[in-house]
Design a binder for this molecule. Structure first.
Ligand code: F6P
Length: 531
């Protein structure tokens, strides 16, 4: 039995939240702080190296109780158990959703169709470990007997965004291998990388769960042809490996069977960085640090699975997002990490969240008549302050934000870090208070405040803490899927565009655009008539 289909708008808690919204919506956030001196400690969670302060939100104790009632009415706890235990909760594709198993301990048992998958996960981890150790130490050599110096990861979407974000975020921990990512089929992207590397010292990782993605296969083909200009077929195995769930297609492409790192169908692309897709991470920071990343995620898994709602970070952040989307009509959400290392974090989360929860159909196959999906965006602070923060402070739209910051920098430059973090603290305060109570000369200088934020303050950006942070958002995405009564784990919305581009490519070859609407036809004609 999979997750029950329960329309949240039909619950008692929904009606209660609706009346509660009417009472709370006009209370200024700063008034909430004035009337409750212990607000910050009531609405924050301390966990491991994390301090999550959600007190600057339009909530009070009653809101938390109503969220809790809602979670009970929609069988939230039971859904979490089903998620972790391998029930096929991705019902449209009849698949389990078990990226959490990739962080399991060897003694754990997780069954799919009667088979314990944990031993296979550890076999793969061992393969990743041995391979990355060989490449990092130089015992794996290229065709001319040289050490590998450069690794090119060819993949797109989940086969790119997770590992590239992690490697960039943990660049302070890197080995001496240079890791490059090619995702876009834009030939200029690949070309730029090929111009930087040498065939005799480059390892290509073709990452594609399906091994059918046109962008990845086109880039992989070009990379192989480029390589064969300098070497020959029987040297390919030293320079090409694959991460895939489709071994046969990888072998047809020319990858040696030994060089295939498996990917199972119960790992969704956007949640796959913990799997073989993470081989580039293990090469970039070493296997030990990769396993610390997994450990951080495992600890967050345990936190999410075992904790009651009031102290459960992912569930709390999900309910707050639900509250804003479905009652306040605040439809976008910005993520502002105060760490330049995390500059791709939002880009990564955009796929994880929007490909998961951008859905119009509920679990029972009916079109929904309420809002789903967060529009996520953002940039690092302080850069964002000098860009779009004007709108956040004085615009007519309210955008809830997550501020992510670290108590310690990596390089230890305290002067810089204090300035950075003073901005971090100042911004959430300014967004909450505005110029409350003060007379401003003109409305141009008025800050209304009353703008909600979550603050996630973490001791330090370590592999383990990054693992927990990513995992926090994975479980927030899951929780929102349960609240919205949608399947977060399929992605049929990407198919139509893929299908049409295949057809247009065919039409481009035949130079026949007659069957297209006038706009598409004109654009295609213009494309072919410009030098
Ligand atoms: O376009 C959507 C998608 O299927 C993503 O979900 C996935 O991460 C990406 O394409 C790449 O897919 P693959 O790993 O099969 O090449």
């Amino acid at each position: 039995m999979s997750i029950k289909s329960i329309n949240p708008t039909n619950t008692n808690a929904w009606s209660d939240l609706k009346s509660h919204y009417q009472k709370i919506k006009d209370i200024h956030l700063y008034d909430m702080f004035k009337s409750d001196k212990s607000r910050a400690s009531s609405f924050s969670i301390n966990w491991n190296d994390f301090y999550v302060d959600f007190s600057k939100n339009k909530i009070n104790k009653k809101t938390i109780n109503l969220f809790s009632n809602l979670l009970e009415e929609i069988n939230f706890k039971e859904s979490i158990d089903q998620y972790f235990s391998g029930v096929k909760i991705n019902t449209t594709e009849s698949r389990a959703v078990l990226h959490t198993a990739l962080r399991a301990q060897m003694s754990d048992e997780i069954f799919i169709d009667g088979e314990n998958i944990v031993p296979t996960i550890f076999d793969t981890l061992e393969k990743i470990k041995l391979f990355s150790q060989k490449v990092i130490s130089g015992s794996h050599k290229g065709f001319s007997g040289n050490k590998i110096t450069d690794v090119v990861n060819i993949g797109i979407g989940g086969s790119d965004l997770g590992p590239s974000m992690v490697i960039e975020s943990l660049s302070d921990y890197k080995t001496d291998l240079k890791i490059h990512f090619v995702s876009n089929v834009d030939g200029d992207h690949l070309n730029k990388i090929l111009n930087k590397v040498k065939p005799e010292s480059t390892l290509f990782i073709i990452v594609s769960k399906t091994f059918k993605t046109i962008e990845t296969l086109t880039n992989a083909d070009t990379a192989r042809s480029w390589f064969l200009n300098y070497s020959d077929e029987d040297q390919l195995s030293k320079h090409f490996i694959a991460v895939t769930g489709n071994k046969n297609l990888a072998i047809d492409f020319g990858v040696d069977y030994q060089n295939i790192f498996p990917l199972c169908d119960w790992v969704g692309g956007r949640f796959s960085l913990w799997s073989s897709v993470g081989v580039s991470i293990s090469l970039a920071i070493g296997y030990e640090k990769f396993s610390e990343l997994l450990e951080g995620a495992r600890e967050m898994d345990i936190h999410f699975k075992n904790n009651d709602f009031a102290v459960n970070i992912p569930a709390m952040l999900a309910c707050i997002t639900f509250w804003y989307n479905n009652f306040f009509n605040y439809n976008t959400h910005a993520i502002i990490p105060y760490s330049e290392n995390l500059k791709s974090f939002t880009k990564y989360l955009q796929q994880a969240s929007m490909e998961s929860n951008g859905k119009q159909t509920d679990r029972s196959g009916k079109l929904v008549n309420y809002q789903t999906g967060e529009v996520l965006w953002g940039q690092t602070g302080t850069n964002a302050q000098h860009s779009f923060f004007q709108l956040l402070h004085q615009g007519t739209k309210i955008v809830p934000l997550d501020f992510i910051g670290f108590s310690n920098s990596f390089c230890g430059n305290q002067q810089h870090h204090n300035i950075l973090m003073a901005n971090f603290f100042a911004q959430t305060k300014a967004l909450m208070m505005g110029t409350y109570g003060a007379k401003t000369e003109t409305n141009h200088k008025l800050f209304k405040g009353n703008r909600p934020t979550n603050t996630i303050l973490i001791n330090k950006l370590t592999p383990k803490n990054l693992g927990s942070l990513i995992c926090l958002y994975e479980h927030k995405i899951f929780s929102l899927g349960i609240l919205w009564n949608i399947n977060s784990y399929d992605q049929f919305g990407v198919e139509l565009g893929k299908k049409l581009s295949k057809k247009i490519l065919e039409d481009m070859k035949n130079q026949n655009f007659d069957n297209h609407d006038s706009s598409t036809r004109n654009l295609l004609n213009r494309y072919f008539s410009t030098d």
